[in-house]
Design a protein around this ligand. Structure first.
Ligand SMILES: NC(=O)C1=CN([C@@H]2O[C@H](COP(=O)(O)OP(=O)(O)OC[C@H]3O[C@@H](n4cnc5c(N)ncnc54)[C@H](OP(=O)(O)O)[C@@H]3O)[C@@H](O)[C@H]2O)C=CC1
Ligand SMILES: C[C@H]1O[C@H](OP(=O)(O)OP(=O)(O)OC[C@H]2O[C@@H](n3cnc4c(=O)[nH]c(N)nc43)[C@H](O)[C@@H]2O)[C@@H](O)[C@@H](O)C1=O
Length: 321
């Protein structure tokens, strides 16, 4: 079994690669420098040269609310190009099996909670990440369309907000969890008594550890075709992957403060956007098939903070001035 993991250096692609390698799968990888997935010619040449049995598409332009809002053209263009190139060229090279990773932002911003798979395309999207969401919806529809027209077995999973080792801890462009881990850590380090959190603190988010996401991805990829099809009716579309519970951003900030040892004041910066007020996944389809998450949020945040200390902080302290 040879599997191409696109995006193997990312948080999710890295976790999936580790799990596949543990299983003894021959994982094919390329860095972005070796293979720019936005280039149709390069992706075509790659599939011609590297026969694989399956593809995991975990490469994407990814970022938090600020990055999505600031670089909308990059988010829609790069994600559409990556999806079109990888999905079409995999098909053209005769690869029958593929797993596409979407996102919970595909659902309308004011949809009933928890969000079911069949809520797709039933309302208006959240404006702060609409371009990214449109690209992710296109990815689902690409897989669905190739399955319908050509009989491929291209599956899609929709992860909720993810976190864990390998996350992006950029102060502005990252997601909320790594941003807060960095901000609280630096406040403790510098003796700062007040930390500002973006928005009102009232939006709710659901956080799933990346190891659970990787496990869910392989669980879905392993499902017998008839089971996947029976659980993705009516359009053989996609499956949600969530933790099952959400917290307010204020509660998340309080948790990260405890984990990092911050005892000062938490304030809220209303000049920053809240984004969607709630996006809790309904993961009952996946859970009915036997999958459930295993990493408890408090434990996951503590482990991620340790990873940040061991990798991001450590690397910076030994880097040349
Ligand atoms: N993180 C989250 O909270 C969530 C993520 N997802 C989805 O999960 C998937 C993985 O996300 P995550 O691991 O967090 O993202 P990361 O940003 O950690 O990883 C993305 C990977 O894609 C690669 N990549 C991006 N553009 C290109 C390109 N043009 N050519 C080649 N490689 C490219 C990156 O390469 P390089 O290392 O060179 O930058 C990187 O390895 C994505 O589809 C994302 O949309 C869905 C919901 C939530
Ligand atoms: C995974 C998901 O991720 C994005 O959507 P999002 O959930 O809104 O992402 P976020 O993690 O950036 O923010 C969550 C909440 O947290 C608040 N918040 C507080 N303080 C900080 C902060 O310091 N940084 C960030 N980033 N957010 C902060 C922030 O204001 C918001 O209310 C999209 O990419 C979307 O496309 C997508 O798929």
């Amino acid at each position: 079994m040879r599997v191409f993991v696109a995006g193997h250096r990312g948080m999710v692609g890295g976790a999936i690669t580790r799990k596949l390698t543990e299983r003894g799968v021959d994982v094919v990888t390329r860095t972005r420098t070796q293979l720019d997935l936005t280039s149709q010619d390069a992706v075509k040449a790659f599939f011609a040269a590297e026969p694989v049995d399956a593809v995991v598409l975990a490469a994407a332009k990814v970022g938090g609310i600020h990055a999505n809002n600031t670089y909308p053209a990059d988010f829609i263009y790069e994600n559409l190009m990556i999806e079109c190139n990888v999905i079409h060229q995999a098909f053209a090279a005769g690869v029958g099996k593929l797993l596409f990773l979407g996102s919970s932002c595909i659902y309308p911003r004011a949809v009933a909670q928890p969000m079911r798979e069949d809520a797709l395309l039933t309302g208006i999207l959240e404006p702060t990440n609409e371009p990214y969401a449109v690209a992710k919806i296109a990815g689902i529809k690409l897989c669905e369309s190739y399955n319908r027209q050509y009989g491929t077995d291209y599956r899609s999973v929709m992860p909720t907000n993810l976190y864990g080792p390998g996350d992006n801890f950029h102060p502005e462009n990252s997601h909320v969890m790594p941003a807060l881990i960095r901000r609280f850590h630096e406040a403790v380090r510098d003796g700062v008594k007040q930390v500002a959190i973006w928005g009102s603190g009232t939006p709710r988010r659901e956080f799933l550890h990346v190891d659970d996401m990787a496990q869910a991805s392989l669980f879905v990829l392993d499902l017998p075709l008839e089971v996947y099809e029976a659980n993705t009716q009516p359009m053989l579309s996609h499956i949600n992957v969530g933790y099952g519970e959400d917290v307010t951003i204020r509660e998340l900030a309080e948790l990260v403060a405890r984990v990092t040892g911050f005892t000062g004041e938490i304030v809220f910066d209303a000049s920053k956007p809240d984004g969607t007020m709630r996006k809790l996944m309904d993961s009952s389809r996946l859970e009915a098939m036997g999958w459930k998450p295993s990493v408890v949020l408090e434990q996951g945040v503590a482990e991620t903070y340790q990873w940040f200390l061991d990798n991001v902080v450590q690397e910076r302290s030994v880097a040349p001035a």
